[in-house]
Ligand binder design. Structure first.
Ligand SMILES: Cc1cc2nc3c(=O)[nH]c(=O)nc-3n(C[C@H](O)[C@H](O)[C@H](O)COP(=O)(O)O)c2cc1C
Ligand SMILES: Cc1ncc(COP(=O)(O)O)c(C=O)c1O
Length: 343
């Protein structure tokens, strides 16, 4: 425990003011992790935040040390300077919770005043927030509350209706869905694919079977897909076992694709590394030479459809205060149950 650091603590009372030099020395001790700093406001700030700032004030009278909740050092500095007391801090020390716990029984260590602090929360991102559900003055929503009775005919009619609503609302690529698979280590992988079929059998997309997702679904044949339609405050997640579709189904869809999409599928060894963009462009040119415009481009043999057979389907509708509606239907032993989940 450092004596000067203790005097810094004492200096929070008017009876033991610090000199400028002893204050800075004390802060230096804190910065070296020597201090046992028991200042209650600092402790309180630390219990709420992972980072705080300490300021030694230029006036050297009254309160010499302040604890400030500090999402980032920049914020603390501006907040201190805007306090209007005329006592602008000469030194700021950012302190992280992790550094504190490295000194058991010691209040904290600190980094140098102007060192770049890690910012686990970016304030611009943290401020991005959309309140869901359009509420009128009477507090009512302009769309009916999602409830279990909307699934009385099963998941398919409601999912179709929501897709149509997303199209009508002008959601770009409303058939885009985030596909989750599991890799050989049991780790989740996600990426976007386009839903090209929706029927009682399930949700269909097309891909390269030798891609990462294709191989992952081969070894763990179970997938999760999520449609996110932010403009209409809705989301649907479908989970279930997967299977490849027949060659006929793939063939029919393949031949409906634009020539460019078909050549692209031939040109790309999907998910494999390639040295440069130039090599990729060359591969497309090569595919174009191999399949001239007047020649049918056959289905690439390792390309085709994958059907997700729904075992669990969850409908989500955004509501104010994060009190959303969630209705989940799931199949067990041949029958479907419907339940409401907490948001
Ligand atoms: C909007 C959008 C739609 C996409 N649709 C497909 C698709 O239908 N099939 C596909 O294989 N990749 C699609 N992709 C590319 C995939 O997201 C992914 O990059 C690619 O399939 C390789 O994934 P993998 O390496 O995990 O297998 C799409 C990407 C975006 C952004
Ligand atoms: C790599 C890849 N494959 C397939 C698709 C689906 O394309 P299409 O709609 O032409 O079948 C996409 C769509 O973005 C894609 O990026």
């Amino acid at each position: 425990m450092s004596g000067s650091a203790m005097s810094l603590v004492n200096a929070t009372t008017p009876s033991s003011p610090l000199t400028k030099s002893s204050g800075i020395a004390a802060l230096a001790d804190i910065a070296r992790g020597l201090s046992s700093f028991e200042c209650p406001p600092v402790r309180a700030a630390l219990s709420r935040r992972s980072t705080i700032a300490l300021g030694v004030h230029a006036g050297w009278a009254g309160t010499l040390v302040r604890a400030i909740d500090l999402p980032s050092p920049g914020i603390a500095r501006s907040r201190l300077q805007s306090e209007g007391t005329g006592s602008v801090p000469k030194t700021l020390a950012g302190v992280t919770g992790e550094q504190i716990s490295a000194y058991p029984g010691v209040a904290f260590s600190a980094v140098s005043p102007d060192a770049e602090q890690p910012k686990p929360v970016n304030k611009d991102l943290a401020a991005m927030r959309v309140g869901y559900g359009q509420q009128g003055a009477d507090g009512r929503y302009d769309d009916a509350d999602l409830d279990a009775d909307q699934l009385s005919d099963g998941w398919l009619p409601l999912m179709r209706r929501w897709l149509e609503d997303a199209v009508e609302a002008g959601v770009p690529e409303p058939n885009a869905m985030t596909l989750g698979t599991v890799d050989e280590h049991g780790h989740p992988c996600t990426r976007t694919v386009l839903c090209k079929g929706l029927s009682a059998d399930g949700v269909l997309f097309f891909t390269n079977y030798e891609s990462d997702k294709g191989r992952q679904l081969e070894s763990v044949p179970y997938a999760s897909v999520t449609f996110t339609w932010v403009p209409v405050a809705r989301q649907i997640t479908v989970r279930g076992p997967v299977e490849r579709v027949s060659a006929e189904v793939t063939d029919e869809y393949w031949h409906s694709r634009p020539r460019g999409s078909r050549l692209g599928a031939w040109a790309s060894e999907q998910s494999r590394p390639i040295a440069s963009r130039a090599e990729l462009d060359a591969a497309l040119l090569h595919a174009g030479e191999r399949f001239p415009v007047d020649v049918d481009i056959p289905v690439r043999p390792d390309w085709g459809g994958i059907l997700i057979r729904p075992a669990v389907v969850e409908f989500w509708q955004g509501r104010a205060n994060r009190m959303h509606n969630r209705i989940r239907t799931s199949q067990a032993g041949g029958s479907w149950t419907v339940e409401r989940l907490q948001p």
